[in-house]
Design a protein around this ligand. Structure first.
Ligand code: PGA
Length: 272
């Protein structure tokens, strides 16, 4: 059975003091830690080492929000996998929709050229090479959903992200389905929409690899997850947890989402 996973993406938020306070607050809100649930926080780069100290000895793990695929060298402003390992990261978010669609050079007509699947694929391979578990984000924009392109976009992003990745690593990858229209908007996908997209991704992984890899792969839902909708979303058969943005900035709210994942897991375990 897949172990539920709840990760908090702090994005470009907090300062050092507020980050520490949030981590320490989360640590006490999750004591005792709900059994059977993996939890990670992903603070901004400059605070990773400090937050690693704040969560030391707890069951909360550390993740980064991005990385570069090269190990070191003349890559001004970039951060490598070994650097992230050095400060205690176990996970790294890759291909977040803000990196694909919000941050980048602006082309004619105002289109933002952010990260593409080929770059994200190089990062994913580098993450494994340096002992980090990637959290690969995929998801369609509102225009793509409204023009019935959702499955096409997911197909392209998953195939692109996993190109040349062996089954043993694919099974360990965490994929976050994050419909762009649901991120930071307060408008979450319905549990049925999330389940449909997740089932599509899992079937695709089975096609690209095999049934065992598909069964092992953890698929998180992300996009306006909060304490009030977490249980229903995570209760879907192919939803194995959540990638949480806004609600991860409040220790009580984030802890409530983790507790909800714990309850879903306990119910599922008891009914088997
Ligand atoms: P949100 O962000 O929870 O604020 O919608 C999710 C994400 O971007 O990972």
């Amino acid at each position: 059975m897949r172990r539920p996973f709840v990760a908090g993406n702090w994005k470009m938020n907090t300062d050092l003091a507020a980050g520490r306070e949030l981590a320490i607050g989360l640590r006490s809100a999750l004591n005792p830690h709900p059994p059977g649930v993996d939890v990670a926080v992903c603070p901004p780069f400059p605070y990773l080492a400090a937050i690693a100290e704040s969560i030391r000895g707890s069951s909360i793990q550390l993740g980064a929000q991005n990385m570069y695929f090269e190990t070191n060298g003349a890559f001004t402003g970039e951060v490598s996998g070994p650097m992230l390992r050095d400060v205690g990261c176990a996970f790294c978010i890759l291909g977040h929709s803000e990196r694909r669609h919000t941050i980048g050079s602006v082309g004619p007509g105002g289109a933002v050229h952010g990260e593409d699947d080929a770059l994200i694929n190089r990062k994913l391979k580098a993450a494994f090479a340096h002992g980090l578990t990637p959290i690969l984000c995929v998801g369609e924009t509102l225009a793509e959903r409204e023009s019935n392109q959702t499955e096409r976009v997911l197909d392209r992003q998953v195939r692109g992200g996993f190109a040349g990745v062996p089954a043993i690593q694919a099974a360990r990858t965490v994929v976050a389905y994050e419909p762009v229209w649901a991120i930071g908007t307060g408008r979450n996908a319905t549990p049925a929409q999330a389940q449909e997209a997740h089932a599509f991704i899992r079937r695709l992984i089975e096609t690209l690899y095999d049934a065992y890899t598909a069964a092992d792969l953890r698929l998180l839902y992300g996009g306006s997850v909060k304490a009030s909708n977490a249980a229903e979303l995570i209760g879907q058969p192919d939803v194995d947890g959540a990638l949480v943005g806004g609600a991860s900035l409040n220790a009580g709210d984030f802890a409530a989402i983790v507790q909800a994942a714990g309850r879903v897991n306990a119910t599922a375990t008891a009914s088997r």
